[in-house]
Design a protein around this ligand. Sequence first.
Ligand code: UDP
Length: 466
Amino acid sequence: MGSSAGDTATGDRRRRVLLFPLPYQGHINPMFQLAGLLHSRGFAVTVFHTHFNAPDASLHPAYDFVPVPVPVPNCMPDEANPDAVQATLDHILAMNRACEAPFRERLAALLEQQRTRDGVACLIADTQLLSLLDVARELGVPTLALRTGSAACFRMFAAFPALCDKGYLPAQESQLDAPVGELPPYRVRDLPSSSSSACFAVISEAISRIVTAAATSSGLILNTFDALEPAELALLRQELATVPVFDIGPLHKLSPAASNSVLQQDRGCLDWLDTQAPASVLYISFGSIASMSATDLVETAWGIANSGRPFLWVLRPGLVRGAPPESRQPPLPDGFHAATRGRGTVVRWAPQEEVLAHPAVGGFWTHCGWNSTLEAVCAGVPMMCRPSFGDQMGNARYVDHVWRIGLALDGGEVERGEVEAAVAALMDGGGEPGAGMRRRALELKSRAAETSCLNVDKLVSHILAL
Ligand code: UDP
C-alpha cells in the first residue's frame, strides 16, 4: 500500500514511474507533460525511448533516459507503401515488435538496479505500445496506458468491431453522410476507414491493440477534461467498468513541462504576430504527420492568398507528398509571395501553443489532431477543420457540431474558392457565424481554465496504491 498523494519520496520506495512515449510529436508532447506533472508530485521519472525522434535529454536534467536501440524502420510512404496512414501504422507495429526484446532486457536490468533505490511504481506507455505494456506486466510491473486522443474517440475505437459487424465499416462512398446511430454525433465519414482493404486491415489491427492496451492495464489516462466531454467520459467509465479512467487534461495547461519539439520551432513568428492587429491573423498548420497532394498545396496557397487576411502558415518538410527531400520546405506556387507580400509569414515549424495564445491570432486552420484541437480550445481560438485520417474526422465533428467552435471543410480535394469562403466566415468576427463561434470558443476557454488538478491527485493516489 502506498502513501498519500502529498508525500515526498521519504519512506516510500515505490516512487519511480517509467514512461514510454510513442515517438511521434503528438504523442511525445502529452507524455512529457504527464512526466512533468508526476515529477512535480515527487516521482522520479525514467523515460524509455527509441532513437527515432529521440527526446533531448538535456532539456530534462532531472529525468533518467534509457535508449532502446532498434533499427529505425522506414516510416515514410514510398513505392512499396504509398499510403501515408498505412505506412505510419506499419511503422508503429514494426516498432512494437522490434522494441520488445531490447525493452525486456533493459527493463529487467532497471528493476534489478531499482531494488535498492526508489522502487518502481508502474510503467505508463502510450496505448499504441501494447507489446511493451505486455512485457512490463510479464516482469511484474503494473501498467497504465496513456491515450493521447479524446474520450469520444476511445469509445468509438472500442465500438469499432461492432461498427464493422453492423456494416458501417469499411465506409461505403454512398453511406458517408449516414449517421452512426449507436454513436452520435458520428457519421460514417467521421470514422477511420480506407478504400484499400490492406490499409483497412492495418487500421483495424491498430485500433484493436489500442483498446486492448487500455483494457489490460490498471488505468487509462486521457488528455481531456470533464467540461469538454462530460457525457463521453461518463459513458466510457460505464463501458470500461473495471479499468479506472483518469481525465487529467488539458495537460499542456496543467503541466510545467518544457517543450519537446522534434522540429526546431521558429520563434521569429511571435515577433511578427506582435505587429498584427488583435484577432486578425489566420494560423494554419496540419500537424506533424498529415500530408497533402501538390495540387492541394496550390489550392491551399491560393485560398489563403485570395482570402486577403493576414496569415501565419506552417509548411513543414514532408507536408507535400512527392515533394523534394525532407529538409526542404515544399515549394509554393509562382506568384504566391508577390500576392501576399507584407501580409503573411511562412515557417517550417512554429511554437504552436504560444502562437494560439497570441492575441493577434483570430482563427486556426487545422487538421484537428487532438493536441491541436485541445490547444485551440484552451486558447479560445475558433477553427476551420480539414481532417485527414484516424481520429481527426471525429475531432472535427465535435468542433463543428457539438462545441460549435469551428467549421469543417468538405472532405476530398481542397478548392481555393471554398477555402476563401471558409476563411471569410471564420475570421469575420462581426458577423455570424464567426461571432458565434468566437463567443462559444471563449466560453469553452474559460471552462478549460477552471480545470483543477484534482484528477491528477486521484491518479497519483492510484499509482501509489498499485
Ligand atoms: N506543433 C508545433 N508546431 C507546429 C505544429 C504543431 O509545436 O508548427 C505541435 C502542436 O502544438 C501539437 C503537436 O505538434 O502539440 C501536434 O499534435 P496533434 O495531435 O495536433 O497532431 P499530429 O501531429 O499528431 O497529427
